[in-house]
Ligand binder design. Structure first.
Ligand code: ZN
Length: 269
């Protein structure tokens, strides 16, 4: 935590430049106040911390499937970026896929290529294609830099400046160390960032395309979300659903994005 704070203070002094970035594929403009070159080392440190303090399953078919599925989608994404001369957007990424031995129905991603699945989500993903739905979604959060955007938004909110003012380049002189320290609160929990509805919708869309590009049938996403939704009937919804869009919204978005995903799938087959 101390390291992150001093790092962020250094960022405050040296590197805060007002800027926006563009999300690949969707073309949405997003706030980007801190470069990946500064976010990624923080993320990697935290991921190491998670690995050191959790029970990680490294052997057996399930762990192998997590790695295989992640690597397949990663390669497809890398190829997609290469073909569009966007590979530099993946600079510094260190992809890694782990399976944590806990019965939580959840998965998450950290900036720079780190993905974790909990054992508890495997009965819902059921098979490798079902896993690809969740893996595509998590890889989409990473590739779209949703973590960086969340931190930037927190930082912007704490400065009390409007995003428009920052985008116009007027924000730099108003940032101070306290504000950066507060943003460290958000940055210190990269794996547990609460993404916005916009982020979740975008991750669903990109995730569907990414699984299809990797040769996984995107139509399986419908069955997966049905299984996930069935789990939420009665008791509290699974963690993976609680911060995500409602079932109805998700299904109508899936339908909307399916033709393009099937195009990618038919080319990848
Ligand atoms: Zn998500």
């Amino acid at each position: 935590m101390k390291k992150i704070q001093s790092l962020l203070l250094a960022i405050a002094v040296l590197a805060i430049t007002a800027q926006c970035a563009t999300v690949p594929v969707t073309g949405r403009s997003q706030l980007s106040l801190i470069p990946n070159s500064q976010i990624l080392p923080m993320s990697f440190n935290q991921f190491t911390e998670v690995k050191n303090t959790s029970k990680i399953i490294t052997t057996g078919e399930e762990a192998a499937m997590v790695r295989r599925c992640g690597t397949k989608i990663q390669r497809a994404v890398e190829q997609y970026f290469r073909e569009r001369n966007l590979s530099n957007q993946l600079d510094g990424f260190e992809w890694e896929y782990i399976l944590i031995d806990e019965n939580t129905v959840n998965a998450w991603a950290m900036p720079g290529g780190k993905v974790a699945f909990y054992k508890g989500i495997l009965p819902v993903t059921k098979n490798e294609t079902g896993m690809a739905v969740v893996m595509g979604h998590e890889i989409a959060h990473i590739v779209a830099n949703h973590g960086r955007e969340r931190i930037s938004q927190t930082l912007a909110a704490q400065t009390g400046l409007s995003l428009a003012a920052i985008a116009a380049g007027g924000g730099e002189s108003s940032l101070n160390g306290d504000m950066i320290l507060q943003a460290a609160g958000a940055a210190s929990n990269l794996g547990l960032l609460k993404f916005s509805r916009t982020h979740e919708k975008e991750a669903d869309q990109l995730g569907l395309y990414f699984m299809a590009l990797a040769g996984y049938n995107p139509q399986e996403a419908v069955a997966f979300w049905e299984r996930m939704s069935a789990m939420s009937e009665g008791n509290a919804p699974p963690e993976f659903l609680s911060t995500h869009p409602s079932y109805g919204t998700r299904m109508s978005e899936l339908k909307k994005n399916m033709p393009k995903a099937l195009e990618y799938y038919n080319k990848a087959k």
